[in-house]
Design a protein. Sequence first.
Length: 511
Amino acid sequence: MSEDGQSIYPAEQVTAPDQLGNTREVRCQVCVIGTGAGGGFAARNLAQRGIDVVSLEEGLYYTGKDFAGDTPVQSFKRVYRDNGLTFAVGTPGILMPYGKCVGGTTVINSGTALRMSEETFDFWCREHGLTGLSWSELEQHFQDAEKTVGQRRIPKKLLGNNTLMIQRGTEALGYEGEVVTRNAKGCRQSGRCFLGCPSDAKQAMNVSAIPQALQAGGRLFTGCRAERILSRNGKVTGVEASVDTPGSSRRRRVTFQADVVVVAAGAVHSPVLLRKSGLGHGHRHFGKNLRMHPASRVVGLFDEEIRGQYDVPQGYHLTGFMKDRISIEGIHVPPAVMAPGLPGFGKQHLELMRRYQNIGIIGYRVIDTTRGSVGRTFGGMPLVWYDINTMDTANIVKSMSLSAEIMFAAGASKVLLPVFGREELNSIDEARALKDVSIPATDIELSAYHAHGTLRMSKDSESGLTSIDGRYHGFDNLYVADASLFPESSIVNPQMTIMALASHVASRIQV
């Protein structure tokens, strides 16, 4: 519900599993699979053009009223895929959290909303021979997306001590940085962005693009998992889906007949669905070229109170190291989520948690050169393979060193590292020396939030899976509209780039 008590979306356009009745078949012009940054904007664009569009979402529809009283454990069960425990297999294993609800991962991200640069887009086009989309056209889609989600720089009054600590350390060292832009309206600093915004301030797809699609006549089926894309004679004909049966462990089958299908299940699950559907898995690039921006964090102990749970989770980031493929930004999490990530046991760990209000956190990620892949499913879960290479590992260590240096410059008395056997630094000199230390990737705790590239755009069907318009090579009426399309990294957090590309893809669909 919104602040005035009105529903955020027209409920009559949404069909939950218990409202399906005896329905076995649904007809539409376009079926969009997924409701995240890509699926949300694709559905919005199509519906606003008067096209009969149906969106399918495996999760359920939640808004702020549902998140307000949740504990972190409840939120993980409610809106995360696999309770937040999706992993990439490799050296090392990497945690890859995904959303499973209306709005997808936009519901559980930190809200950082950055536009990909023209320089990066030009590199994409040069490197992969892409033609047919100009920067000025893509820029219009960026502007529309930014307006839709309320992208703006964080107001000074919302900057808490964790953000100010990072800014203070960055400026003391003469590094370049800035307050970030976010997709939020009326932020109340609840510090729960990655658990679902309890005030609906963060303009995730569940409160922005999806309601706009529904208001324009689009339809949404929740608890509805796409199982197979149907095709005949070189054309797709629809989607076979399964829906939870209330009061039963069985799932019922529903067929969505469509003139066009848009796949927007994300860079991991889109290739899995296409493989299950027998579409293109023999291609040498299918499911390959996976990038994910491996990430980690350092924790600083301060004499002053930080109280980071009342800050915007990602409020400040460094810009001067992007050229070195390094991104450093503030993060913070509630006590129940922080506790498992702190070193030590028993009394030592208890003493750290007692100092929670004095803890600051800096997160960092690398613009990876490693290329992973998405394979078949095992036990219902996609097999994601990713062995981080030596260059990216060295950049992770360098990022860790820089982040710890910033912590000490801002006044930290001690910095804790996510490294087995090397958990603590006690001075800025130790932080600076760390960058020259060789640390195996298997000793570093890593996670990743920006998977992209598995169905990359290309100039032809030999060098990739999709065209610059998102059309899946070999089919005139099958499109992809998510981060799978990226031929290279967007460098910055990808959600705004996904939205802009999805709008571009949808604008080219004719029915």
